[in-house]
Design a binder for this molecule. Structure first.
Ligand SMILES: [Ca+2]
Length: 270
């Protein structure tokens, strides 16, 4: 078989039918030096871990199957203060440090950052926040348990900065172990804005395919917990929420980038 044709056919099959295949992909790095990992499409069980109903919150129920139908790139780290300042010219953070995650940034300001970053790279509309479903799908990477690394609360210290180990401050993103696909601080450090409006009862009516939250609301969903939360409060299914104009030193964000064709090719050949 002509190996080149086979390769192109394989890529087309993945692109067209959303087949989950182990494409060997290196990280994609953008103009700010932000590293992205490719998350392949697939389906997963979203919401509380099996058997965790007595410990979890009502908004994590019912556990339900969700399909993420398109590949996307997710930044391996939370947006740093240096990156935020490079785009916006300011640093609103309480804990100062170029490599620390930016915080005290509202949802509106996160979206403004993404628009500014997109403008810097040619205005192709490639940057956005993850949906809640994308965030949890990437965090879980097929694992249905409490955390990306398993169910053992005592292992959190190796993966996330929480109230148990943070010393009441943020830490440079990427200093602890990453989750399976290479996402650092998916649990803890700063909690992360998502694109979706928050609704406590949304899981009861969520569509199966690419859910993106209610059409309107008073708060945006915030995921992963942060340095001031208990380790259990940083579980994969925990859903925080905050008004889009509010800001505090617990919440930052990470970035999703659409995998344009050039980026996709570049990842495929590595
Ligand atoms: Ca985080």
């Amino acid at each position: 078989m002509n190996s080149k044709i086979f390769t192109i056919g394989t890529i087309l099959a993945i692109w067209t039918f959303g087949l989950v295949a182990p494409l060997k992909a290196g990280p994609f790095v953008n103009s700010l030096g932000m590293e992205f990992v490719l998350i392949q499409p697939g389906s997963f069980m979203m919401g509380e871990a099996p058997g965790a109903a007595e410990q979890t919150d009502a908004d994590e129920r019912p556990r339900h199957r969700v399909a993420v139908t398109k590949p996307f790139l997710m930044s391996s780290r939370e947006v740093t203060q240096a990156q935020f300042e490079a785009v916006t010219g300011r640093n609103p953070s309480h804990f100062k440090g170029a490599d620390l995650p930016v915080e005290q940034v509202s949802w509106m300001e996160a979206v403004e950052f993404l628009a500014g970053l997109d403008e810097l790279e040619g205005g192709r509309g490639q940057y956005r926040l993850p949906t809640e479903a994308e965030w949890e799908y990437a965090a879980r990477e097929g694992w249905q348990g409490l955390f990306s690394f398993g169910d053992r609360l005592e292992d959190m210290g190796r993966y996330g900065w929480t109230a148990e180990n943070s010393g009441n401050s943020t830490h440079p993103s990427g200093t602890l172990c990453p989750s399976g696909p290479g996402l650092f601080d998916i649990h803890g450090n700063v909690a992360e804005w998502t694109a979706d409006w928050y609704s406590e009862g949304y899981y009861a009516q969520s569509p199966f395919q690419d859910p993106s939250g209610p059409g309107a609301g008073a708060s945006k969903s915030v995921r992963g917990g942060g340095w001031g939360d208990s380790a259990f409060g940083c579980r994969s299914s925990y859903r925080g929420f905050m008004a889009p104009t509010d800001r505090n030193f617990y919440v930052g964000f990470r970035v999703v980038r659409e995998p344009g064709r050039s980026a996709y090719k570049r990842m495929e050949i590595r």
